[in-house]
Design a binder for this molecule. Structure first.
Ligand code: SF4
Length: 437
């Protein structure tokens, strides 16, 4: 039996696609081994979102050759799509596949082995108009499933290479989504996280069905108790959308609304398609509709041309919104994007200072959000055991608070009423309630 090892870089969408490729190899009777183990075939699913992602993709690829100099190495994903020639030059690489055709990975690998020559199978992603079905039947964990429902992006934010790596928007067919959700429910999953490259654009390419319709369909599947959306932009949260969401009791009170900057001039240069005023209006609507809702976000500091005055506006804005959690990135120029060529790049030292300032503000808001719930009971979906000796389990509330609770029983995969006790650095300790909430 041939052995195959996988390595995944980057986002949840990549992780989903690797899971699907693993399943394809298992079905074809290959043995899956760890990446650090000796394997006959190594498959690296790459990321290209930053130049660091590119470098890491190359390093990991070289690592495979150190483990087995005779190995067949296939490099797939975003970096392959953007720079197939560079990937082909990496010693040992025999097959390069982009962000499409991964559903056929077993076939492509077997053909390339037979031909015994380097194969570049990267196609022009801009010519691809259909969602590539790569569904998963046997998810490894049994609690929360990240499910890919959408591919590609047509937004062209000026700092982002992803539209060139993933191509135009493509939506997964509703029947296929529902089939997978039903399977997940049958296999004991409690929570589904709807993911994609630009989830908010779901449906725009396939006619009448929109994201909210899909959410309602998923909501109707028995056995699934929570539905969460991955990152979305504020524009999709119209009055009607929020109103329809508010009638669905399985919707998690958690919205990850990408902000990127709290200053309209910066947002414009980023080609983000909303203003801070529009953003705030959506946050207010969500807060008025869902009690204790968590609003989380991403922010980039040091975008080209970000003056002190612009940064001040961002600071004021995040102080006004008070996010329950923030991911803060220092802008790093990505070759091939318009912003990388902008003249007024911000000095690294200034980016460091700005990142530190907003991180401190974000930490205060996060702490204040979590502390509001101390002493209260909330439902927690326990996902994994963190410490065997101490019998500690980790889980999430629907409004995205990480909880760590001690239990002698195995509570993985269960949604249990838990009293929130103490705020630690990045989690809250809980105690299981015996009474129901
Ligand atoms: S919305 Fe913007 S940041 Fe997100 S993938 Fe598309 S281009 Fe990139």
């Amino acid at each position: 039996m041939k052995r195959v090892a996988f390595y995944t870089l980057g986002c949840k969408v990549n992780q989903y696609e690797t899971e699907a490729m693993i399943e394809a190899f298992e079905t074809a009777h290959y043995q899956i081994v760890e990446y650090e183990d000796f394997a006959d075939i190594y498959i690296i699913n790459t990321c290209t979102v930053t130049n660091v992602g590119d470098k890491k993709s190359r390093q990991i690829t070289r690592r495979a050759l150190e483990i087995n100099p005779e190995a067949f190495i296939a490099v797939v994903g975003c970096y392959s799509q953007i720079a197939p020639d560079k990937v082909m030059e990496i010693p040992g690489v025999k097959l390069v596949v982009g962000t499409n055709e991964r559903a056929k990975i077993v076939e492509l690998v077997e053909q390339a082995i037979k031909k015994d020559e380097k194969t570049n199978a990267v196609a022009d992603i801009m010519q691809v108009h259909d969602f590539e079905e790569m569904s998963i039947k046997n998810y490894k964990s049994r609690t929360r499933a990240f499910m890919k429902i959408q591919e590609g992006c047509d937004q062209y934010c000026t700092y982002c290479i992803i539209p060139y790596a993933r191509g135009h928007i493509r939506s997964r067919k509703p029947e296929s989504i529902i089939n997978e959700v039903e399977l997940l429910a049958k296999n004991g999953f409690k929570e589904v996280v709807l993911t994609g490259i630009h989830v908010a654009s779901y449906g725009r390419d396939i006619g009448e069905i929109k994201l909210i319709d899909i959410i309602e369909m998923v909501h109707a599947v028995d056995g699934i108790e929570r539905i969460r959306m991955s990152s979305i932009e504020p524009n999709i949260l119209t009055e009607d959308f929020i109103d329809r969401l508010s009638r669905l009791d399985k919707i998690c009170r958690h919205f990850h609304l990408s902000l990127q900057s709290g200053c309209n001039e910066t947002l414009k240069r980023m080609n983000r398609k909303y203003t801070t005023e529009e953003y705030k209006e959506v946050v207010n609507k969500l807060r008025n509709t869902f009690n204790d809702v968590a609003i989380t976000t991403d922010l980039i500091v040091g975008f080209p041309g970000e003056t002190e005055e612009e940064f001040e506006k961002t600071k004021e804005f995040i102080n006004e919104i008070q996010f329950s959690s923030m991911h803060i990135f220092k802008y790093s120029p990505r070759e091939g994007t318009p912003a990388a060529k902008y003249k007024n790049q911000v000095e690294p030292k200034i980016k460091d200072v700005r990142s530190k300032i907003v991180s401190e503000i974000a930490a205060l808001h996060e702490q204040a959000f979590k502390e509001k719930f101390l002493g209260k009971s909330m439902k927690v979906l326990y996902e994994r055991k963190v410490d065997d000796n101490a019998n500690l389990f980790e889980g999430l509330t629907d409004n995205y608070i990480k909880i760590v609770t001690e239990s002698r029983d195995d509570i993985k995969g269960k949604i249990l009423s838990t009293k929130l006790i103490k705020h630690e650095e990045d989690y809250v300790t809980g105690i299981l309630n015996t009474e129901r909430i």
